[in-house]
Design a protein around this ligand. Structure first.
Ligand code: FAD
Ligand code: GLY
Length: 376
């Protein structure tokens, strides 16, 4: 049965959720306090990298990330078809590099558990490593190569999602100021914008990223969500193709884009909701970048920016219905992986609204998990 779904937040999670809802035939109103894509989502490097971002082991979060990577080929095509816009989606593969023999054991440990999931990763060294990535510093001792990891151009992807939503009939309302959530304990959901305008729907999906912590009081739940600033920069390469893969090291990552730029990120700062760029933050990246690619020592980034990752206390997203409020779904706190997780989150959120069982296990991501801990 078609419902009227309110979505609060116009980042990648809100737009993906609205897109998925509209293509399943629901009526959707998306409410954004500022501009769609104006926060973390427009700032992201766009890596779709579940293996590189999860080195520890195959927990439910890794499986969620992997499920989303697998959805991407069809999902990104659906967004392109529905929007009439295009954006880069590259299956470049990735390299996780180490500088010392003593780190080889850790790489082998990751390879051992990760080989059960998709194309097996491979430890590459010497001539094989130089053949894959010729410009890499000779100080790099070895790398774990993941052929399946991909990336997209995040700002273009978000613009295409917004266009796909508009074309699909989603009503997008921007610059509303802080939208406040009512306490929807009955059958209807409602929110109020900064001017006092009330919007009603059958249900509500909360996709307010790093701002989710503000809902602790109105929802009566512990919601430990914090902004973690990521400072990031991009170089213009004289010869596009000099860097071929996404490359991760202990200090950051680089992502070569099809337009000839090299995106290098990113800091992890506790700075509240401040999105400024600092000399110190970018300086640390620059020092690391040329240890990875010596030719970068001669270059200065042409662009520097920052965004606020929505981090939760345990690093996992808040994804699920809220107890006692079956018309309210939370989809926030995606921290370092919201671009990657956008398709799986959107599908799971709308499955929950439709009272279907999502294909992925969500128990670990229950939004009320911190409140359960607090009463023990
Ligand atoms: P946001 O994009 O922040 O959107 C939330 C929206 O909600 C905002 O537009 C905000 O204005 C709105 N909002 C908040 N409160 C209200 C309210 N009360 N009323 C109305 N609207 C409200 N992820 C990856 O997967 N791969 C990467 O390579 C990657 N790289 C990154 C690099 C950097 C430097 C940063 C900062 C992040 C990166 N991320 C990456 C993480 C990713 O950007 C985030 O996880 C993702 O964008 C979160 O999406 P979101 O929609 O939840 O949040
Ligand atoms: N996932 C990359 C970042 O958050 O910087």
């Amino acid at each position: 049965m078609s419902k009227h779904i309110l979505v609060v937040g116009g980042g990648v999670i809100g737009l993906s959720t609205a897109f998925e809802a509209a293509r399943r035939g629901h009526r959707v109103t998306l409410l954004e306090q500022g501009r769609c894509g104006g926060q973390a989502s427009g700032a992201a490097a766009g890596m779709l990298a579940p293996f590189s971002e999860n080195g520890e082991g195959p927990d439910d979060f890794f499986l969620l990330c992997l499920a989303s990577l697998r959805l991407y080929p069809d999902w990104q095509q659906a967004v392109k078809d529905a929007s009439g816009l295009t954006f880069e989606y590259s299956n470049s593969g990735s390299l996780n590099v180490v500088y010392h023999d003593s780190d080889l054991l850790a790489l082998a440990g990751r390879a051992a558990w990760q080989q059960r999931f998709g194309s097996p990763p491979e430890i590459v060294q010497g001539a094989a490593l130089r053949a894959l990535e010729p410009a890499l510093s000779t100080a790099v001792r070895a790398a774990l190569y993941h052929p399946d990891e991909s990336h997209i151009y995040a700002p273009d992807y978000v613009r295409a999602l917004e266009a796909a939503c508009r074309r699909g009939g989603v009503r997008i309302l921007e610059r509303l100021g802080e939208v406040r959530i009512g306490m929807p304990e009955d059958e209807r959901a409602y929110v109020t914008d900064a001017q006092g305008q009330i919007y009603e729907g059958d249900c509500l999906v909360i996709c307010n990223g790093a701002w989710a912590g503000a809902l602790q009081e109105p929802l009566g739940l512990q919601l430990p969500v914090y902004p973690i600033r990521g400072q990031i920069c991009a170089y213009e390469l004289a010869e596009p193709g000099t860097v071929r893969h996404m490359v991760f090291g202990s200090q950051g990552y680089v992502v070569p884009k099809a337009n000839g730029t090299l995106v290098c990120g990113a800091s992890e700062d506790v700075a509240g909701f401040d999105t400024s760029v600092t000399e110190r933050g970018i300086g640390r990246l620059l020092n690391w970048n040329h240890r990875l690619y010596p030719f970068l020592e001669q270059l200065q980034p042409y662009h520097r920016w920052a965004g606020l990752r929505p981090a939760t206390q345990d690093g996992y997203p808040l994804l699920g219905k809220l107890p006692g409020r079956r018309q309210l779904v939370m989809a926030a706190g995606h921290y370092r992986n919201g671009i990657l997780l956008s398709p799986v989150t959107a599908q799971a959120a709308i499955d929950l609204i439709e009272e279907r069982t999502p294909r992925v296990s969500l128990g670990r991501f229950a939004p009320e998990r911190f409140s359960r801990l607090a009463v023990r």
